[in-house]
Design a protein around this ligand. Structure first.
Ligand code: PAF
Length: 279
């Protein structure tokens, strides 16, 4: 079985040993409840690094809804079994008091790219993500870190903070892994009930159709409105946003001459899903 490390002191000691031997250390930050999407990140890290750490930490600072934090699935044994199939070198699974000891008083806050979309709807969320990711880099001494493009805005936030704080970590953004019907893999999918699960792929299907229409020269505003209508008609309970943004800055898209990203958040049953695709 993969060793599970609980303390920062031990994590750093192990990572220092690997680095002293000339090893490149890769980290895959996760909150557990692992699925094929996470495993694909771990495999990418294995292919490019000498040593791979997967962190499992349900970060209380990035939940703006206490109920969401309570309900977040915690499946450490199953996660460890899955990671053993990939052959990672260590799981770093600290307790909350190890990450945020008494007196902890620092926050990393990214402006610009962290402000719209999820940033506007989930106040404090990206401060929590930026703070814990910065800490996890410091705790694991990682040279490379692997994130899924499924959380596109998070990936942009992490890129920004690494550049702004001169952190010596190379960020790798890996393709979203999807179920056969197009639904983006997410730990939240486990909460979809039997009525909601067949409806959920409609989000990706409608986004794909809208992106195709825009690329073919169709009006973007019309495509986004149509996408929203299709998602609701399919059985989603609400759509929070479907937007076309500059892929790097996440500012509203101006013309089609730069890489663009369509990003959406919508709820089916009581499960909130996000997705994004290039346009
Ligand atoms: O994407 C996630 O699972 C989390 O936001 C992360 C990056 C592990 C930070 O807690």
């Amino acid at each position: 079985m993969t060793p599970i490390i609980r303390t920062v002191a031990e994590m750093r000691q192990v990572a220092r040993g690997w680095k002293a031997a000339g090893g490149v250390v890769g980290v895959v930050p996760t909150m557990g409840a692992l699925h094929e999407g996470h495993l694909s990140l771990a495999r990418a890290a294995k292919a490019e690094c000498d040593r791979v750490i997967v962190t499992i930490f349900v970060n209380p600072k990035q939940f703006n809804n206490p109920d969401d934090l309570l309900k977040y699935p915690r499946t450490e044994q199953a996660d460890a079994a899955l990671l053993a199939t990939v052959g990672v070198d260590a799981i770093f699974a600290p307790l909350p008091e190890e990450v945020y000891p008494d007196g902890f008083a620092t926050a990393v806050s990214v402006s610009g790219v962290a402000e719209p979309l999820e940033g506007a709807l989930r106040p404090g969320h990206f401060d929590g993500v930026a703070t814990v990711v910065t800490k996890l880099f410091g705790m694991t001494l990682a040279d490379r870190a692997y994130f899924g493009q499924k959380d596109w805005q998070q990936l942009r936030v992490v890129n920004r903070l690494v550049r702004d704080l001169n952190l010596p970590v190379w960020i790798v953004g890996c393709e979203t892994v999807r179920e056969a019907d197009g639904l983006a893999m997410s730990s939240r999918n486990a909460r979809l009930d039997t009525a909601s699960r067949p409806v959920a792929p409609a989000l990706y299907a409608a986004m794909t159709a809208a992106a195709r229409y825009i690329r073919a020269g169709g009006d973007a505003a019309q495509a986004l409105a149509q996408c929203q209508a299709q998602v609701l008609a399919a059985g989603f309970t609400s759509v929070e946003y479907v937007e076309l943004r500059d892929a790097a800055s996440l500012e509203p898209a101006q013309g089609l001459d730069r890489p663009l990203r369509m990003l959406a958040a919508a709820s089916v049953g009581n499960v909130r899903l996000i997705d994004n695709i290039p346009v």
